[in-house]
Design a protein around this ligand. Structure first.
Ligand code: SF4
Length: 313
């Protein structure tokens, strides 16, 4: 079977000779082409372009060649995880289970997948085939915008995510795209809810993609993104109770946050890529050379200080 491989993953695997300053630590793969859904921020929806996901292109290779490469790179400690992105098609779940089995037959590497709402039984079968985490992307956390952007029911989607979190404790991830028009406080409320449900959150910055309905919209302001990263980190560290945030304004609790930061020896995680362990997603939301929304490597002390200043600017 042929599968799509992110351009950066293909570079790491030696399938092209592009230069790369920061390699992925997860092999990002994609199954399917034309999605049955039609999310406004994505170009894979019905009748739109089928070659990209976010700003990334996904050349195709035979799965046995890919699973051999994964086993080799895992042994060399160059890959920590495999993550399947899935496009919603008729055979997606069956193909995904087969491919996970194939990879796990050659290597003990951890495997995640990101898949739209399906059924608890399908999730169980995907776990049984060898996945250790599954992401059910929420993407848009604003109830009023969700139906317009994802063309689905917000409540049904959130209920399913919470049910999955309860059924498969500590094994569910979700994705949040910042910059779809939501309010900051909607993001903060959602992050608090996910912490209570023991669901990991991978933060993404909205990236306008040609041929998508939102191609004309702008990427989020980096200050707002830094604020959300800082709050996300505080919530993950168990400081959710200090966040009495009115209208999403963190400058009201600036002193409290500085007290916490002063007591923290290692601040590298705050602005790094979040989600499953071992996932760094380099250049997913920005071009090489741009200051990253999510640092795919441990940022320097100077980069961390700048990011904190940006959050409070
Ligand atoms: S956080 Fe990373 S590894 Fe986990 S599902 Fe999302 S993209 Fe995949």
């Amino acid at each position: 079977m042929k599968i799509g491989v992110s351009y950066g993953t293909a570079t790491l695997m030696g399938f092209n000779h592009s230069k790369c300053d920061c390699f992925p630590t997860t092999a990002y793969l994609i199954i399917g082409k034309k999605c049955n859904n039609s999310c406004a921020f994505c170009s894979r929806g019905s009748g739109q372009a089928e070659t990209k996901l976010s700003r990334i292109s996904w050349p195709e290779y035979e799965s046995d060649e890919i699973s051999d490469k994964i086993a080799e790179l895992y042994k060399e400690n160059k890959l920590k995880r495999v993550c399947f992105q899935t496009v919603c098609e008729k055979d997606t779940v069956n193909n995904l289970k087969e491919l996970i089995k194939e990879i796990k037959s050659k290597s003990p590497i951890q495997v995640s997948c990101s898949i739209g709402t399906i059924s608890i039984n399908d999730l169980k079968e995907i776990f049984d085939s060898g996945a250790d985490r599954i992401s059910i992307p929420m993407d848009c956390v604003s109830e009023s915008l969700f139906e317009k952007i994802k063309k689905k029911s917000f409540k049904r989607h959130l209920d399913f995510l919470e049910k999955a979190g309860e059924t498969f404790k500590g094994k569910i991830t979700t994705h949040v795209i910042v910059g779809l028009g939501e309010k900051k406080e909607e993001v903060f409320d959602f992050l608090l809810k996910m912490k209570k449900c023991n669901i990991e959150v991978g933060l993404f910055a909205f990236t306008p993609i040609p041929h998508s309905e939102m191609a004309h919209c702008k990427s989020p302001d980096r200050k707002a993104y830094r604020e959300i990263q800082l709050v996300h980190w505080l919530i993950k560290k168990g400081y959710g109770d200090v966040l009495e945030l009115k209208e999403g304004n963190i400058s009201q609790i600036k002193n409290k946050i500085y007290d916490i930061l002063e007591k923290t020896n290692d601040k590298t995680e705050i602005f790094m890529t979040t989600g499953c362990k071992g996932c760094n997603r380099p250049y997913y939301n920005e071009r090489p050379g741009q200051i990253p929304y999510n640092y795919p490597y441990k940022p320097t002390e100077e980069e961390i200080q700048k990011a904190i200043e940006e959050a409070f600017s």
